[in-house]
Design a protein around this ligand. Structure first.
Ligand code: NDP
Length: 328
C-alpha cells in the first residue's frame, strides 16, 4: 500500500512536492489544502483534490503524512504545531535562528498527539546540515565552510524591488572562486563576508528613473548589500523574463581538517549542489523524509525530529536487505 500524502499550501514548494510524489511510486498524493478558494487552485494530479485548509482535520484518517509548504516567516511557526495535532508532518522551516523555538512547539504538539513531526527538511537547513554534522564528527580537528550559489536569493530580490523606481529585479549570490580554491587546497583561510560571496543584480527600472541613484541605493543597503561586492545590471522586462525566470540555487559545504600525531596529514570533505530548481530539489528531499516520518510513526515513535534524528535507511524506498546488497 502506498504512503498517502497531503500537501498544505500550494506555492513553489507545494508544486514541487506534487512532482516529487510522481517520482516516488510508493507515495500517493491524496489532497492539497489551501487557504485560498480551492476552485482557484489548479493542481496536476488527476487522482487528488483541492480542499480548503478548514477541511484538513476531517481527513486525518485518510492521510499518512501532511507536508507543510507554507512560508517560514509567518506560516510554518503557526501551521506545523497546529497540524501535528492531527497528522504526521514534515516542513522545510529555514529561519535558522528560530529552529530551537519551532522544535519545542512542534515537539509539544506531536508528543501529545502521538505523531512524528520532522522539521527544517530541505537542503539548507537539511542536506547541508547533515553534511556539516558528518564532516564535524569525522574531522574533529578542522574548520567548516559553507558557500551558497550560484543562486537566486528571494530575500535580496524582494529588497531590490522595494526601492523607489524599481519595477522588478532578481539577485544572484555567487561564491568567490578564489576563496573556494583556497578552502579546497586545505589552506584553512580566514574569510570575511566580502571574500566569500559576491552579489549580482538584474534590475528593471521604471521609465525615467534615476539609474545612478538606484544602483547606489542597492550597493549601500545595510545588511543586504553593503558588506558585499555588488554588480548591478539594468535590463528590460523582456530580458528579465527570458533570462532570469528560473529559481536555480546550490552551494558547497566543505570541511578541511588535520589528522596524525603532529597534524601532518590534511583532508578535505566536500558536498556540493547545483540545482536548476531550488523548490523542486527541496521538495525531493522532503518526499524522502515523508517516507521516514511514516515509517517512524509506524514503529511508535513520536515528537519532533530534525534530519539529525532520522537514520538514513528510513529515507530509502528499498528495504534493509536490498540496501545492504547494492549500496554497501
Ligand atoms: P511561496 O511563496 O511560493 O508559497 C508559500 C505559500 O504562499 C503557499 O503555501 C501558498 O499557501 C501561498 N501562495 C502561493 N502562491 C500563491 C498565490 N498565487 N496567491 C496566494 N497565495 C499563494 O513559497 P515557496 O513555496 O517558494 O517556499 C516556502 C518556504 O520553503 C520558504 O518560506 C522557505 O522558508 C522554505 N524553503 C526551505 C528550503 C530549505 O532548504 N530548507 C529551500 C527552499 C525553500 P496557500 O495555498 O495556503 O495560499
Amino acid at each position: 500500500m502506498s504512503i498517502r500524502i497531503g500537501i498544505l499550501g500550494y506555492g513553489n514548494l507545494g508544486r514541487g512536492v506534487e512532482c516529487a510524489v510522481k517520482h516516488n511510486p510508493d507515495l500517493e498524493l491524496v489532497a492539497v489544502f489551501t487557504r485560498r478558494d480551492p476552485s482557484t487552485v489548479k493542481i496536476l494530479t488527476d487522482t487528488a483534490s483541492v480542499y480548503h485548509v478548514d477541511e484538513a482535520e476531517k481527513m486525518k484518517d485518510k492521510i499518512d503524512v501532511l507536508i507543510l509548504c507554507g512560508g517560514s516567516a509567518t506560516d510554518l511557526p503557526e501551521q506545523t504545531p497546529k497540524y501535528a495535532q492531527w497528522f504526521n508532518v514534515v516542513d522545510s522551516f529555514d529561519t535558522h535562528a528560530r529552529v530551537p523555538e519551532h522544535f519545542a512547539n512542534v515537539d509539544k504538539a506531536a508528543s501529545e498527539s502521538g505523531h512524528v513531526g520532522i522539521i527544517s527538511v530541505g537542503w539548507d537547513p537539511g542536506m547541508f546540515s547533515l553534511n556539516r554534522l558528518y564532516a564535524n564528527a569525522i574531522l574533529t580537528n578542522g574548520k567548516d565552510y559553507t558557500f551558497w550559489g550560484k543562486g537566486v536569493s528571494q530575500g535580496h530580490s524582494d529588497a531590490i524591488r522595494r526601492i523607489d523606481g524599481v519595477k522588478d529585479g532578481k539577485q544572484y549570490t555567487i561564491p568567490v572562486e578564489a576563496a573556494l580554491e583556497a578552502v579546497r587546497n586545505g589552506e584553512n583561510p580566514e574569510l570575511t563576508t566580502r571574500q566569500k560571496h559576491t552579489r549580482e543584480c538584474f534590475v528593471v527600472a521604471e521609465e525615467g528613473a534615476d539609474l545612478a541613484r538606484i544602483e547606489n541605493e542597492i550597493k549601500t543597503m545595510p545588511n543586504y548589500f553593503d558588506e558585499y561586492d555588488t554588480t548591478v545590471h539594468f535590463i528590460t522586462e523582456e530580458e528579465l523574463k527570458r533570462d532570469h525566470s528560473g529559481i536555480p540555487h546550490g552551494g558547497f559545504v566543505i570541511r578541511s581538517g588535520k589528522t596524525g600525531w603532529n597534524d601532518e596529514n590534511s583532508h578535505v570533505i566536500e558536498y556540493s549542489l547545483k540545482l536548476d530548481s531550488n523548490p523542486e530539489f527541496t521538495s525531493s528531499v522532503i518526499a524522502a523524509y515523508a517516507r521516514a516520518a511514516y515509517r517512524m510513526s509506524q514503529e511508535g515513535q513520536k515528537g519532533c525530529k530534525t534530519v539529525f534524528d532520522v537514520a538514513p535507511a528510513y529515507l530509502s524506498a528499498q528495504d534493509g536487505a536490498e540496501l545492504r546488497k547494492h549500496l554497501l
